[in-house]
Ligand binder design. Structure first.
Ligand code: ATP
Length: 506
């Protein structure tokens, strides 16, 4: 600890001793000063320090039960981890070890918590580092740090008598961006290469088995080499929690706080659309602080309500959608879902009005069997589903909005494919030679044909569209089953299919 001071003291004593003996100590003093300056320079720039990666290993007693609102992510992660837990059996069959899991999602949604819980679940030591810690101006430092990190993980595991270690790298996009880009830096590339080398070196039969869990909210920026099989070949999405999820997280963070009888956590969950787990944790804390300031013996509902405002102000949450906007989103997503169910019964899996990424809401459908070829009918169905959001807005609210821009882009791409595949009025025609005007005309024809069909259907279904959108708005999220329950309250899927078939044959 005091090595520096002891060294300095000894050096000074030596110089005095030599001077007393009559030696010329001036060159020595110069040498000492030069060494001191060099040391200081390297240290202040983090060079020496950077060679020793900090071990952020802490008391880790987080379990999956401490993570709320991430049921799907937890399940997916557990599935991957079970495979690691039972690796000896898998190895007998020649299965290669799982080396990396990538958690993707917005900040504060619990990615670090998941990695910690994963360490507890697999009885592994946990070591955390952040992508930015590997980025230095000096060539080779980041790569050295990566080597140290893996070495440290092995050492720590051995010290604690464990045969597994989980290395968690937060913000992996900082060091794992696409290589060779203009904004990329040779040093970053070296660091990333080293990470790949280390991951490739994981054999699964060593004394300590290492699993790398990385987190990012920009998986699209990552170098494809990172996502290749044998590296981060599992991706788990960790999204913002929906209402149910927020309620679970609030319950977790208030379980050791005294709550007044008037507290209605469901109401708090409803008011906190767009909040992440970290925001909710901070909300529970703020509410407790407010209660403390008032000298109250328990936290009341008004404390929570005031805390919501504070967290929103403090966290500079993106502007939240207004009630009108949310209603529009609900109508839009319900439109997609209705048409999807119409063309392919049973296809809707989820629809929500919880913001995610750049979108205010989303609707998910089961993908058709992955195929190389699509028939004209399938492509038309896809167009119908894509256009249904905007059409639903028009049918219910009388106007469209910018929310459909992305849908239209996708729809245009599908229609272009159709022209290239000879499915347009012109039949087989070299699309490259088509005059721009003709191409536009063909696109317009294909799109408006579907648009009209969807318009007709959604006008017929207007009542149902409104009713389901209202349910969606109240619940924030509908599962496919719930959606179908609401839908088939009135009309059977079969009769709808008949209608669609009749429309398609026109
Ligand atoms: P970042 O990407 O910014 O590192 P993260 O996704 O790793 O964020 P965490 O560090 O895991 O987020 O979460 C921060 C804190 O927020 C946690 O310590 C916890 O208190 C709270 N939190 C976040 N998500 C959840 C959740 N799903 N359940 C319970 N608490 C949560």
């Amino acid at each position: 600890m005091y090595y520096k001071e002891i060294g300095l003291g000894l050096g000074a004593a030596l110089v005095i001793f030599l001077a007393a003996k009559g030696y010329d100590v001036i060159p020595l003093i110069f040498l000492g000063a030069a060494a001191g300056l060099l040391y200081h320079f390297l240290h202040s720039k983090g060079m020496v320090k950077s060679l020793v990666i900090k071990s952020n290993e802490e008391e880790n007693n987080i379990t999956f039960a401490d993570i709320g609102g991430q049921r799907a992510a937890v399940e997916e992660l557990k599935e991957a981890l079970d495979f690691i837990k039972h690796y000896p059996q898998a190895r007998r069959l020649g299965v290669r070890p799982l080396k990396g899991i990538l958690l993707t999602g917005p900040p504060g949604t619990g990615k670090t918590l998941l990695a910690k819980a994963a360490a507890g679940y697999t009885d592994a030591v946990f070591i955390a580092a952040s992508g930015s810690e590997f980025v230095e101006m000096y060539a080779g430092v980041g790569a050295q740090r990566i080597r140290n990190l893996f070495r440290l993980a092995r050492e720590k595991a051995q010290q604690s008598g464990k045969n597994r270690a989980i290395i968690f790298i937060d913000e992996i996009d900082v060091l794992g961006g696409k290589r060779g880009k203009v904004n990329s830096h040779l040093e970053y590339d070296q660091t990333l290469n080293q990470l790949l080398v280390e991951m490739d070196g994981i054999k699964g039969d060593e004394r300590v088995n290492i699993l790398v869990i990385a987190a990012t909210n920009r998986a699209d920026l990552l170098d494809p080499a990172l996502l290749r099989p044998g590296r981060f070949d599992r991706q788990v999405r960790v999204d913002l929690p929906d209402k149910e999820g927020r309620l679970e997280i609030l319950r977790l963070h208030t379980r050791n706080k005294p709550l007044a009888p008037d507290v209605d956590l469901e109401a708090v969950a409803k008011e906190t659309l767009g909040f992440s787990g970290a925001h909710l944790e901070s909300l529970a804390n703020e509410a407790a602080i407010l209660a403390l300031r008032e000298g109250a013996s328990a936290i009341g509902q008004r404390h929570f309500m005031e805390a919501i405002e504070r967290v929103m102000l403090g966290a500079k949450l993106e502007r939240r959608p207004s009630k009108e906007e949310l209603w529009r989103v609900a109508v839009h997503e319900t439109g997609h879902a209705l048409v999807s169910e119409w063309v392919r019964p049973g296809s809707v899996t989820t629809l929500t009005v919880t913001p995610r990424g750049g979108a205010l809401g989303y609707f998910r459908q089961q993908h058709e069997e992955d195929s190389y070829l699509y028939t004209q009918g399938q492509l038309e169905d896809r167009l119908a589903v894509l256009l249904a959001g905007a059409v639903a807005e028009e049918v219910v609210l009388g106007s469209r909005s910018t929310g459909a821009a992305n849908d239209f882009e996708q729809a245009t791409r599908v229609a272009e494919t159709m022209i290239r595949a000879g499915m347009s009025r012109l039949g087989v025609a070299g699309s490259a030679e088509l005059p721009e005007e003709t191409r536009h005309e063909l696109l317009r024809e294909i799109l408006s044909r579907q648009e009209e069909r969807v318009q007709q259907y959604l006008r017929d279904q207007r009542e149902k569209l409104i009713r389901i959108a209202q349910e969606l708005l109240a619940a924030e999220r509908l599962t496919g089953e719930r959606f179908r329950e609401l839908l088939h309250g009135q009309e059977s899927a079969a009769s709808q299919q008949e209608k669609w078939a009749a429309g398609a044959n026109k």
